[in-house]
Design a protein around this ligand. Structure first.
Ligand code: BDR
Ligand code: CA
Length: 330
């Protein structure tokens, strides 16, 4: 019996996906969508890998393409501490994800529409509707969550589990990918991350310590294209740009599995070794975005320190090439 079949009896996880879609975010969205253990309740967009207009459009485009039922709520377009009326103009890593955020593939205007409610309010309402039932997978800046916390200070007690892709704590020699000490999601809104890490959520942090130990190679993408139907072909197409970026910067035709690792943690925490800790974030200055920790037993915060990477990759592959992916793929 496969891992997925064994988990069928387990209660479905109700998930809000907070994301800056993004190539690896798109891969993680398909992982959630096709997992038989997940009820995707909402997609909340944010700025990060591209502008919030583009990440929202990407979510809507994928909703159309893969018939994803979850509503799409547009979230923050600028960092937490930047006033809404300032003349902020963001800069986005188009060299990693392309200007459209999806590796430059042709994107048709979506038929689906975003919801009128904003992302932070949607998070609060969905969690308050089902206290203790909803998990959040956050794989972008934590701006939406910081605004949600402001709207609802009890949020940490109402959310079942928060899984964050972000940060780097020096395990396995991984420290930063934007600066020598900072990971992109934390660096992009350090004040928001600090608030969320210190708010008392039941939180698991899946940082570069493990995502950079989980490596997708060309054979992985080729297998997805061969066996993963429409989703596999889509992932293959968007990953060309991402692999090229990693080839240019690291001279290797392979890439770390960032955002899908947060989904893997949600589904199979046993694939990860963790340490309980208190976490802080450097908000300003040359070390902006650095994540630091103090080991602390009985903390509600866990940091991933090691991963069974082959199992993570196999779970992703199985989810995208069998069961629900084959049965419900349009
Ligand atoms: C994180 O930054 C983004 O580029 C990725 O989508 C991921 O969430 C990795 O540092
Ligand atoms: Ca992301």
């Amino acid at each position: 019996m496969s891992d997925n079949q064994q988990e069928c009896d387990v209660a479905m996880k109700k998930v809000i996906y907070d994301t800056d879609i993004g190539i690896d975010d798109a891969m993680a969205l398909l992982f959630l969508h096709y997992s038989p253990e997940v009820e995707l309740r909402a997609i909340v967009s944010g700025f990060g890998n591209a502008s919030v207009e583009n990440t929202t459009r990407n979510a809507l485009y994928m909703k159309d393409l893969f018939q994803i039922e979850a509503p799409v709520y547009q979230g923050a377009g600028r960092p937490y501490s930047v006033a809404p009326d300032s003349d902020y103009t963001g800069e986005y890593p188009d060299f990693v994800h392309a200007e459209n955020g999806l590796g430059g593939i042709k994107i048709l205007d979506p038929l689906s529409k975003k919801e009128t409610k904003n992302g932070a309010q949607a998070i609060v309402d969905l969690v308050q509707d089902e206290p203790g039932e909803v998990s959040i997978v956050a794989v972008g800046r934590m701006t939406n969550l910081a605004h949600a916390l402001e709207l609802c200070p009890q949020l940490p007690q109402l959310v079942k589990e928060l899984v964050v892709m972000g940060g780097a704590f020096g395990f396995n020699n991984h420290n930063g990918n934007v600066t020598p000490v900072a990971e992109a999601n934390i660096w992009g809104d350090a004040p928001a991350a600090k608030r969320i890490f210190q708010a008392g959520f039941n939180i698991s942090i899946v940082g570069l310590d493990v995502t950079e130990e989980t490596i997708a190679r060309p054979t992985f993408f080729e297998a997805l294209r061969r066996d993963g139907g429409k989703a596999g072909a889509f992932i293959y197409a968007i990953s060309r740009y991402y692999l090229n970026f990693h080839y240019q910067t690291r001279n290797r035709s392979e890439c770390p599995v960032h955002d899908s690792s947060a989904v893997a943690y949600l589904l199979r925490p046993g694939y990860y070794t963790t340490v309980e800790a208190r976490v802080d974030v450097v908000e300003f200055g040359p070390s902006k975005g650095q994540t630091v920790f103090d080991e602390l037993r009985e903390s509600r915060t866990r940091i991933c320190t090691a991963v069974k990477a082959e199992e993570v990759l196999a779970l992703y592959m199985e989810t995208l090439t069998s069961g629900r992916a084959v049965l419900i793929a349009p």
